[in-house]
Design a protein around this ligand. Structure first.
Ligand SMILES: *Cc1c(COP(=O)(O)O)cnc(C)c1O
Length: 361
C-alpha cells in the first residue's frame, strides 16, 4: 500500500525524509554498529544526539540562554501537574483561561495543588473563540497565568498573547510549536508534547525561564522537578532516547530543508488558506470557528448533518485521506495540517471534498 495523507491530530504525519533517514540509520547509526534504540544514553554517541537536538531547537526557535530546555516524558498531561508543582509556589494562586478540553484538564489538575481560578472561558460558544482577558481580570498575586495557545480539538489559536504584566505566562504549545516564529521571552514557560509537530510520542519539551525554577514543592517527584532535570541535562534517568533522536532529525529538516520557522510559517499559512477559502466558498462545508481565531494547524469543518459527516469521513478514509474524523467530543471533521503535511495533501483533499459535495447534493 502507498503512503496515505494522514490528517491525524497526533501522533501525526512526519516528514518523509526524516522517516527515510531514520530507516537508513535504523540498524547502524553513524558507524556506531548499533541502532539508537540500543544505545546507552550515557554513551558519547548518544550524548551527541541529545546535545544536537537541544542546540538545533534553541537555534530554530531563538531560545535565549536564560531559558532551560528540558526533554521529559509523561506527555503534555504530566505537565498539567508538573507546572503547579514547580511554579505554584508563592501565593499558590494561578489563573487559567479555558479555551477547550486541554486547558480544562490542566485547570482540573491544578486545583489539586492550590488556588487555581478559571478567569475566562469560551465554553459558552462551544470553544469557537478565544476570550478576551484584560489586566483587571488577572489575580494580582497569581504565580502564573495559564493558556493553551492552539486548541487542537476545536481549531482555535491565540493570535496575540494575553498581557500578564509581571506575572509569568505559561503556555501549552503542543499543537503549534515550530509552526512559525515565536518570541520566547513572552513566556515564563512553554511546553509541548512531541507527537503533533516534533516527532514520535513519548517526548515532552519544556522551555522554562531560569529564574522560575528551583522552588518546586518538596513532595515533587525528582523526575518532574525542572531544576533537577535542568542540572542533569534531562537525564536523571533514561530519557526517551529514540523520540529525541527523531525530533532532532525533524529540527534538522526544518533548518536545512525548509529554512527555519519564518519559511515554514509562510508555507503553513498558504496551506491553511487554501482549505479555509475552499470551505468558506462552498455550500456544503462550514468552519464553526470565529475567523480571527482560526488555527492554521487544525482545521475543523462540518456539513451540518451528522450522518453526512460520518459518510464523509468513511469515504475520505477509502480515498486515502485518513484520520479526518473530528474529535469525539465535537464531531464533524478535522484536518490536522501540521508542518509535515505537504500542500499536495490539502489540494487533493479539496478535490475530494468538491467531488463529495457534487455527489451528495
Ligand atoms: C495532544 C495535546 C495534549 C495532550 O498530550 P499528551 O502528550 O497526550 O498528554 C495537550 N495539549 C494539547 C494542546 C494537545 O494538542
Amino acid at each position: 500500500m502507498n503512503r496515505v495523507y494522514n490528517f491525524s491530530a497526533g501522533p501525526s504525519c512526519l516528514p518523509l525524509k526524516v522517516l527515510e533517514t531514520a530507516a537508513r540509520e535504523m540498524t547502524n547509526y553513524n558507524n556506531s554498529g548499533m541502532s539508537v534504540m540500543e544505545m546507552s544514553h550515557r554513551s558519547s554517541v548518544y550524548e551527541g544526539i541529545i546535545a544536537e537536538a537541544q542546540s538545533l531547537l534553541r537555534e530554530i526557535m531563538g531560545i535565549p540562554s536564560n531559558y532551560k530546555v528540558l526533554f521529559l516524558q509523561g506527555g503534555a498531561t504530566l505537565q498539567f501537574a508538573g507546572i503547579p508543582m514547580n511554579l505554584m509556589n508563592g501565593s499558590r494562586k494561578a489563573d487559567y483561561i479555558i479555551t477547550g478540553q486541554f486547558s480544562k484538564n490542566a485547570f482540573d489538575e491544578a486545583l489539586k495543588y492550590g488556588d487555581a481560578k478559571a478567569i475566562a472561558s469560551s465554553k459558552d460558544e462551544n470553544f469557537t473563540y478565544i476570550p478576551d482577558v484584560t489586566p483587571d481580570m488577572i489575580t494580582g498575586d497569581a504565580d502564573y497565568v495559564y493558556i493553551c495557545e492552539n486548541n487542537t480539538i476545536f481549531g482555535t489559536k491565540y493570535k496575540t498573547l494575553p498581557k500578564t504584566g509581571n506575572i509569568p505566562l505559561v503556555a501549552d504549545i503542543s499543537s503549534c510549536i515550530l509552526s512559525g516564529p515565536v518570541d520566547i521571552t513572552k513566556y515564563g514557560l512553554a511546553y509541548a508534547g512531541a507527537q503533533k509537530n516534533m516527532g514520535p510520542s513519548g517526548l515532552t519539551v519544556v522551555i522554562v525561564r531560569e529564574d522560575l525554577i528551583g522552588k518546586a514543592r518538596p513532595e515533587t517527584p525528582k523526575i518532574t522537578d525542572y531544576k533537577i532535570q535542568a542540572e542533569n541535562d534531562s537525564m536523571i534517568n533514561t530519557p526517551p532516547c529514540y523520540a529525541i533522536y527523531v525530533a532532532m532529525l525533524v529540527f534538522k529538516w526544518l533548518k536545512e530543508d525548509i529554512g527555519g520557522l519564518e519559511a515554514i510559517q509562510k508555507i503553513n499559512i498558504d496551506k491553511a488558506n487554501l482549505l479555509y477559502d475552499f470551505i468558506d466558498n462552498s455550500k456544503l462545508y462550514k468552519n464553526p470557528v470565529k475567523k480571527e481565531f482560526r488555527s492554521i494547524m487544525n482545521v475543523t469543518f462540518i456539513t451540518g448533518d451528522n450522518d453526512l459527516d460520518s459518510k464523509f469521513a468513511k469515504e475520505a478514509e477509502k480515498a486515502g485521506f485518513v484520520n479526518i474524523k473530528g474529535h469525539r467530543s465535537v464531531g464533524g471533521m478535522r484536518a490536522s495540517i501540521y508542518n509535515a503535511m505537504p500542500a499536495e495533501g490539502i489540494k487533493d483533499l479539496i478535490e475530494f471534498m468538491k467531488k463529495f459535495e457534487i455527489e451528495n447534493k
